[in-house]
Design a protein around this ligand. Sequence first.
Ligand SMILES: Nc1nc2c(ncn2[C@@H]2O[C@H](COP(=O)(O)OP(=O)(O)OP(=O)(O)O)[C@@H](O)[C@H]2O)c(=O)[nH]1
Ligand SMILES: [Mg+2]
Length: 365
Amino acid sequence: MRIALIGLPQSGRSTLFSLLVGHEGRTERSGVQLGTANVPDPRLDLLSRMFQPKKTTYARLELADLPPLDPGGGSGGQGMSAAAFLQQVQEAELLVHVCRAFHSDYVPHPLGEVDARRDAQRVEEELILADWSLLSRRLERMAKEISKGDVAKQQEQAVLERVVAALEEGRPVRALELSEAEARTLRPYTLLSQKPCLLVLNVDEEGWSRAGRGEEPFAGARELEAWAEEHRLPSILVSAELERQVEELDPEDRAEFLEALGIKERGLDRVARAAYEACGLISFFTVGEDEVKAWTVRRGATAVEAAGKVHSDIARGFIRAEVCAYDDLVRLGSLAKAKEEGVLRLEGKGYPVQDGEIIHFRFNV
Ligand SMILES: Nc1nc2c(ncn2[C@@H]2O[C@H](COP(=O)(O)OP(=O)(O)OP(=O)(O)O)[C@@H](O)[C@H]2O)c(=O)[nH]1
Ligand SMILES: [Mg+2]
């Protein structure tokens, strides 16, 4: 799964990218930084303490740090052709829209004043405009080609016209109620404003502590939140600069520092988790002396699909899945005890895996 970080210049994308990805495993391809990030998961940490494995493996997210959008609008990414930029956005499964809400005398804003609402809208308009151009061109061509008897084409035309009308009102496709048939019609277009998107509001230290006191983190934040909701953009508050400072501390000092700042959970962890959620992903765990590992599947995946993630042989020779809910295992302290208490279940191929379950696959090849 690929997550693209988008936003206006100097919004904090690269800082966030670095924090998520760390120092290793980055590559650059045609001006885009690519990397993978661990999805922090306290459940996995606890399982690791319980089983003391040689290795603990977190779920991973693939990230791309895209060049900034032109704040003037209309021409895609800076330092990259508009087409190449749109292609990059199109390839992503999830967009993380980083929006500047921090004040700094050292970092000039490309549009002068800091105004998160304006910036968020600007980026949203870019996505909407890209979709509008694509669909309008398509409709133009269709109008010339379409014949009276072609019912399928006429239906497609009607769907596209409806979407174009919504885009013209400034509504992103992700905020429209679509029937299944409409969604099917739109799928081949991979519209940018239809992709799930998270709005990351990058606040300064003051904004962060205001939020901690239950106050509005910055002027206009409430209004922005209402707008984001209307646009189906789940929003997350982070302070990239603060988190960077935390990152520089020794691990022992970190907890203390976080507590002093009233940070219960790092913004980064929330970004990773929200990304997971927005993509409809869940984790199941495998445990053992060698490795405790989080695996990623789509919500609703079956036991045999989950087995296939671990190894195709396990899916092929699938007999049963031994499944234990996370809470049960934690409560009882060991798999043996879970078995004794009868909370370790045997499930068949079609069993829908639930988030956090510990699974052992019985198979035969
Ligand atoms: N004060 C403050 N500065 C920040 C924060 N986040 C980022 N910065 C600073 O803002 C500048 C831009 O941050 P980057 O992470 O490079 O932003 P970017 O969006 O990748 O920028 P471009 O790729 O140049 O568009 C850097 O000097 C950061 O140190 C923040 O939360 N608070
Ligand atoms: Mg950058």
